[in-house]
Design a protein around this ligand. Sequence first.
Ligand code: ADP
Length: 621
Amino acid sequence: MESSVLPLLSDPAVHTGRARRVGFVLLALLLCAALGAGAYWLALQSYQNAARRQADQRADFYALTLQSELARLETWPRIAAFERALRDLLLQPGDPARRAAANRYLEDVQRSADVNAVYLIDAHGIAIASSNWSLPSSYVGQSYAFRPYFHEAMGAGFGRLYAIGNTTGVPGYFVAAPISAGARVIGVVAVKASLDAFGAALARSGDLVLLSDANGVVFLSSVAALTFRTLTPLSPAVQSRLRQTLQYGDTALTPLSDTQATGWPDTLRLALPGARPRTYEVEYRPVGRLGWQVAVLLDARSQRQSALVAGIATSFAGAFVIAIALTLRLRKQRYLERRRAAAALQQAHEELEQHIARRTAELSQANVELANKVDALNRTQRMLSETRDQAVQAGKLAVLGQMAAGITHELNQPLAALNALSDNTVRLIGRGRMDDVQHNLTLISGMASRMGRIVAQIKAFARKGETERERVNVHEAIRNALLLIEPRRRELDAHIECAPNDDDAVTVLAGSVRLEQVLVNLLRNGLDAMAQTEPAMRALTILVDARDDHVEITVTDNGPGLPEAVRERLFEPFFTTKPPGQGLGLGLAISQAIMEEFHGHLGARNEPGRGASFTLWLERG
Ligand code: ADP
């Protein structure tokens, strides 16, 4: 398990692939980040430019609006300066009729101009008539000698001032025009107007707009909290002048920004009520003749935020496009791989089919050949079994032929004895020797049955073998076989030793006649083999070894044994080393066939120190 995983992990190809993927992801991230940064920068430029343009336009708009309002206000004292009633009163200030006429006129102007107050100041700076003459807050009798606009107007100029009202405490714009009698200025007509309407418009605009005087004092603003503050800290000289003129009464006039900049700062860092301090860019526009400035404040942060949103959006869009491109590439790759796999599968399928067709053809051919071989084999087997049957039969006949002389001898001997015994018995009957007669008859009967047995055996021997097995007594079969080869034994004067088994009744599954036939074959071959052996050494041994399930019968001789060439062909039909007329070469072949019929077998070997040794192996009955 481990050995199959570890090589995979340490496979350089796997590492290279992973490194490439990581590299690609890093590159894609870098690209997205670069895209985002670029987009942020471009968007910031664009937003800032747009905001500045807008601030420019706004500043222009507010400056123009205020400019026209100031111009409108200035018109009224200029017109009033030509009024006869006002000049008349200045020439005769004690005349009540003239005073009333002047007051009426000033009331009319105040209404028409929609201003706070219009009033007439004599050459000493004392108001002698006013539009509000009838009100408790009347200016009549008040001194305005300290107001710069009075002095400016008395100097044949035009007075202007934004200040907190001395009488009312209400701030306003003061404009004053001189009234002349000939070449001499005899008094001043002044108008006080509130710029509240303009201030309210600024508050509604949503912009952050300040209106500052030449000293940097903010006297009007879109946010009330920023009014009467200063853009930069005021110099001590300016502070003392303001105190003298009471322009802004006793208001504290603290700086808006904690920076120590002088002049008109480009940026202001200030905190609006309820908000944290922020830095604003400032766009200025000069307004009027007093060095006023309309200042439009620009919040740079909102542009940065918008630009950041644009940058992030672009980064994501980039990532999205890369992801789509990757997905498409991957899908294409997968499609190509699937096609390649399908083609490979198709090819493999075709090759398999061809292979199967080839193999089928080969198998069919092999089948035909096998069938032919089986046919041939069957034919051969049939032929062989026919040959074997014929050979068995022929072998039996041959044995019969060979044994004919022996059998004849066997029968002749008891026949001659029978003759002699029966003659003798007839004589004994004549003499009345009945005991001897009985003895003779017993002998005759025994001999007859012996002859009958010999005949029966010859009959059985000539008959074709039967395949049924029965229980056959081994020793009886051996005794019968010995009986059959007895003439040949006697001829060679050989000694046959039969080592009987303890159990004389041991039986095997066989056919008695066929088993005897096999035994006769082995005994006869053993005797034949010892023909050349020294007569004293001619000995055959028959050994019976009974086991639990089988019995082994071994016949060993003192002949020359079995040379290798003979042993190889021992069971071959018609193989013989005997001279013509003495052997057909069928004995062992028939014996082997018979043993197979008994489900047993026949083996041959050389017994060291002796000759050949043949063993019959038979199932126990
Ligand atoms: P036949 O006896 O007619 O030759 P067999 O089939 O019985 O036919 O024997 C075949 C041959 O086997 C014999 O010719 C002989 O050469 C050899 N043979 C059989 N038994 C023995 C034996 N006991 N010792 C040596 N040779 C033997």
